[in-house]
Design a protein around this ligand. Sequence first.
Ligand code: CS2
Length: 478
Amino acid sequence: MKRLSRAVLGSLPAAIDAPRERGPITTGIVHFGASAFHRAHQADYIDRLLDRDPRWGIAAVSLRTRGTVDALAAQDGLYTLAIRDVEPSLRVIGAHTQFLGPDDADATRALLAAPETRLITTTVTEKGYCMAADGTLDFGHPDIIHDLARPAVPASVIGWIAAGLTARRRAGGTPFVVMPCDNLASNGAKVRAAIAAFARELEPALADWIDDTLRVPATMVDSITPSSDDRLFGDVAGALGVEDRAAVQRERFAQWVIEDVGDIGPDLAIVGATVTGDVGGYERAKLRILNGAHSTLAYAGLLRGHTTVAEAMRDGELAGFVDAMIRQDIIPTLPPVPGLDLHTYADDVLRRFANPAIVHRLDQIAQDGSQKLPYRLGDTLIVNRRKGRMPLYVVRALGSWVAFLVKRARDNVEVVDPLSNRLRSLASDADPAALALRLAASGIGIPGEMANDATFVDALGAASSEALQGAALPEVAI
Ligand code: CS2
């Protein structure tokens, strides 16, 4: 079967939307992390924008692997976005001018220096920003140590952004805008501080320039995007009549809320992004309700023998537990968000989770727990404890993570997490209560300030043991 490419666009079935008539586009955005999420979410917005304004084509850089880059190069950068929902649809996206791999450093450097590049966006996952547990740049991180020693050939996204800013400042130019699109609380402020801290070590004058000029809007990004799989590739080939080895899939719902920091280049509001002065409210609601519930379903669901989110949602006891956690432990701690009813938001999230057209594997969500949980459940835990309240559902959710780690260690199955070695050695020979104690004491996955909260640590130990034994979930108190 032929591969998807520009040459076959004209012969695709007419019902499939594709950039058939579009003229040439130029690069205005450099994106780090060519992940499925980026290609399904951000690139979809940009693809629609390019019909009106051809200056914002994306050059996507993958800093770790070449696999996706090569697949896309063979397809002239084109790939299919499959919407898996009540009304499914397929669309060919042509938002990218190039895909670059880890060995394309010269081309990446040139793009970052080009005045036409106005915006840098990133989806490198929580761990990709090389931050310590407190959200500041981790100067002990091997990539940061490397990048400070060899700033011209960086390994980390922070190093690359600093290299780009160095070049622009030396050329007497203006900085680009940096827009992080990962699920970190206050992602704009944290990433800005990380870049500035890195630059200060490198060259104080660069850091001053960054302090004065760099804009890093906070964002909230949302669309459930399961990893691509063979079923997707088969469905797409069947519908298009050509093979697409870079297809991506997501639900129809997509949201992109961007902090208003003035002109950033592309006008994303005209393609449906929300540009607002207050991203914080949306971001907290999304991280704590949606992602908090997702991680809970992942760990508790895997322990209960489920494989996907939709399947876990069909487990009445588990779905009821997650619903109660949101209403009783999470929503009461969230400040009101103008224009957003949090209970309606939660209803919508739970409905999205139950979408039977989406096959979202729990083990995908379970990855990188040490990096995700502080934002997803830890912040809710802190607010509750500061109010003197014990959020029992959140404690049991965290206990499910602890139990999951113990089970994986006992079954001799590797966990996918940047701290996997550490987690494995903490979990080896530990019962769940002992591991809970160790995690709380070391501040891994559990907020550091909880280490001295003996009542919480006891409750977490008990909840972890219950989770491993498969004890009934806490009663739903209405
Ligand atoms: C998920 C998220 O994989 C995960 O950890 O919780 O990727 C989630 O699907 C997205 O944030 C939804 O926007």
